[in-house]
Design a protein around this ligand. Sequence first.
Ligand SMILES: C[S@@+](CC[C@H](N)C(=O)[O-])C[C@H]1O[C@@H](n2cnc3c(N)ncnc32)[C@H](O)[C@@H]1O
Length: 249
Amino acid sequence: MHGFNPETYGDSFADVYDRWYPDVSDTDGTVAKLLELAVDGIIVELGIGTGRLALPLIAAGRSVRGIDASAAMIAELTKKPNADQIDIIHGDMAAVPFGAAGEASLVFVAFNTFFNLPSAHAQASCFASAAEVLAPGGRFVVETFVAPNPSDLPRRGLSTHTVDADRVVLTATETNAQEQSIRGQHIEFTDGGVRLRPWFLRFASVTELDDMAKTAGLALEERTADWQGAAFDSGSEQHVSIYRKPLSD
Ligand SMILES: C[S@@+](CC[C@H](N)C(=O)[O-])C[C@H]1O[C@@H](n2cnc3c(N)ncnc32)[C@H](O)[C@@H]1O
């Protein structure tokens, strides 16, 4: 990867994340399902961002730990009421431990954040850390888009993201089919100048994710097309995959 680091996404979007993405996904449905899955024990969110999901979990009385590589995202989160109740770890979810072995009932990574990990190796390492922190019977939930066939993607793309009277945002992308990766830039033009917001995704098929889970000692318990339990099928564009650690070895 060239110039894209674990903190790149968060540092690029922290100042606009809440404004640009207030309804990025089904927040209420996500929180309801996570509360149902986390019976007791600590909930660990990977890529906690500005707390869209973690703060409602705190409000519901749960203990939440959040990991994020971006100091700028964490700074936005800590401005908010009740953020001081979250145990925040500043670090790369491919590299830092998520806590003491066996202390969590639920680990989750929502809204494509798992694909911010730049390689199969980093993604496998994240699965291993999730398995490590989970108590027996605990769950790791991953929400991402369904990986496209890499050869179906244009090598390069440019599209219009936003056109306002005082600004234009364009999205430029470059796909590497072999690496299953997309490098992107949201390029914001205003009278004040140009602002680049880079991002990087390494997508993986559900089969590849299931293999990573298996290697980490987790088994697929359920896969749905959304947080409300819609059936997952060949036409689904997203998935919520719930992996479970065995109750005993
Ligand atoms: C799309 S945002 C999602 C934020 C929040 N989970 C939500 O659903 O609104 C992705 C978050 O993951 C963080 N992130 C990206 N790569 C990371 C990594 N390797 N380790 C830890 N956090 C990372 C970013 O800094 C950002 O805060």
